[in-house]
Design a protein around this ligand. Structure first.
Ligand code: MN
Length: 496
């Protein structure tokens, strides 16, 4: 889908000219070795590129300026092998616009007890050199991620991996375009928000397109194109014979395929990375896009229903961040509850549009009445979703700031057949428990719509929120309501 290896992070080592040629030669050699080591580590999702050691205000400024404009550079990793007096970093850090990870490492893992001498001490100074650098970054109030440990340590590599994935999602948002067909679902609050502020803060734009413009593209799709797609449906999904070509229900599948192709063409022609629609504005469309939205999400587009552009953008970012990992990222809605005290569960779903990248097994393509929207019966994919660790995330406009809220959940395998429920569905237990998880979510103003992830963690999203410079709240196994409510109160002051 999205190949993260097209992205690079620059490995930048700081030093100074004071040390002399021989020491600086060794600094460069060690830095190259570390950059190569990071680059070839199995879990590194992006390319790590070594940059010549920076030793002066001018070299630092020039390198960071180049990082700002380098097309595939999504962030920088900094490390001070030796002492790099940090006033030299002020100009460069002040103009840096890309995410930064400060790797507080050391070339050698161990102290060479029997051979350590003053030459060794002169070269291996990151324990204090990185503190001087850290002071300046804090003094300038710049967000960054600090990772501590030997550069071959798997925990260190895992933290860099998470940051690099977050940086890829952030990079993908810059200049991204999202199409909104129609406006927000009438009177709904949480899905609305300030699109001007979002573009300023996040770098993506959201603009509205008349449904008639989309219908014109759908109508331009040829019969041969539609038939090729319905053939693919038949080859890919479980389908009742009546929905196959020649069957009495085939026309519904045909219309759904035509909508998918039209939507796809509209998105491709306009260079969009995602979209939203609303069932209150479907003039000229035969059905609400069901299978179309599901399959376009699976192909990498962001989507959320009812005009929810914030969740659509978040779903897209999740797809980029999780690219190449096992598991899926999807649009989700907390739908209904199971309040059995011995087994409390949330059933997550939507009217139609649950991303088929979550499907556990072969989805079933079905056509059923929708009950709202007053359109023809839409085709949709029905499937179950596997258990395991997952999370829900919501991007909320609090008026004076954006808030990224997550709830870690434990998804569970379906325990019962749901023969009369014709939509894809997920079951999960919110952490730390149903009552605390749901109460904390509601106190924080979290939406009913979320981006649901099977492969991202709180660490990815904390890093992502830091890159955006927005508030981050986590509801997880250690959450306690009294403490969480205090965090909300204190954040009101912190973000005033
Ligand atoms: Mn909804």
């Amino acid at each position: 889908m999205i190949d993260l290896k097209t992205f690079e992070v620059w490995f930048i080592t700081g030093s100074q000219n004071l040390y002399g040629e021989e020491t600086l030669r060794q600094v460069a050699e060690h830095s190259k070795h570390i950059a190569e080591g990071l680059n070839s580590a199995g879990q590194m999702p992006v390319r790590v590129v070594y940059k010549p050691v920076v030793k002066s205000t001018e070299e630092i400024y020039q390198t960071l300026q180049e990082a700002n404009v380098a097309p595939n550079c999504i962030g920088i990793i900094t490390w001070m092998h030796t002492f790099s007096p940090a006033k030299m970093w002020i100009r460069g850090l002040n103009i840096l616009q890309k995410p930064m990870l400060h790797l507080h490492t050391q070339y050698n893992r161990d102290i060479p007890w029997s051979s350590i001498d003053m030459d060794f001490m002169n070269l291996n100074q990151s324990a204090h050199g990185d503190r001087e650098f850290g002071f300046m970054v804090s003094r300038l109030r710049k967000n960054r991620k600090v990772v501590v440990g030997h550069w071959q340590d798997t925990e260190v590599l895992g933290q860099i991996d998470a940051w690099a994935r977050a940086a890829a999602g952030w990079y993908d948002w810059q200049g991204a375009k999202f199409a909104r067909f129609g406006d927000n679902m009438r009177f709904v609050a949480v899905t609305d928000g300030d699109k001007v502020e979002a573009e300023t803060k996040f770098g993506f734009s959201v603009n509205t397109y008349g449904i008639g413009d989309l219908v014109a593209v759908i109508d331009s799709i040829t019969e041969a194109e539609v038939t090729a797609l319905t053939d693919l449906y038949e080859a890919t999904y479980t389908m009742d014979a009546s929905l196959a070509k020649g069957g009495e229900g085939y026309s519904s599948v045909y219309e759904a395929a035509k909508i998918e192709l039209g939507l796809k063409k509209f998105l491709e022609d306009g260079g969009f990375k995602g979209f939203s629609d609303t069932f209150e504005d479907l003039h000229g469309m035969v059905q609400l896009p069901g299978i179309a939205s599901q399959r376009l999400m699976e192909a990498g587009y962001g989507f959320a229903g009812e005009g929810d552009w914030k969740t659509a953008a978040l779903v897209r970012a999740f797809k980029v961040m999780g690219s190449g990992l096992a598991g899926g990222n999807a649009f989700m809605e907390d739908y209904t509850y199971h309040f059995d005290p011995s087994n409390e569960l949330v059933l997550g779903s939507h009217m139609l549009e649950i991303d088929s990248s979550l499907a556990n097994g072969k989805p079933s393509l079905e056509v059923h009445p929708l009950g709202i929207g007053g359109k023809a019966d839409p085709a949709r994919l029905v499937f179950n979703v596997a258990g395991g660790n997952a999370l829900n995330a919501s991007l909320i406009d609090m008026g004076n700031r954006f808030r990224l809220l997550i709830n870690e959940v434990e998804a569970v395998e379906p325990q019962n057949d749901l023969p009369n429920l014709p939509v894809a569905r997920v079951l999960w237990k919110p952490l730390p428990d149903m009552k605390t998880g749901c109460a904390a979510w509601i106190y924080a103003g979290g939406a009913h719509h979320t981006a649901y992830s099977q492969n991202l963690t709180a660490e990815h999203l904390q890093d992502f929120a830091d890159m955006a410079g927005i508030e981050f709240l986590r509801i997880g196994k250690d959450t306690n309501i009294a403490q969480f409510r205090n965090e909300l109160r204190w954040n009101e002051v912190a973000y005033r």
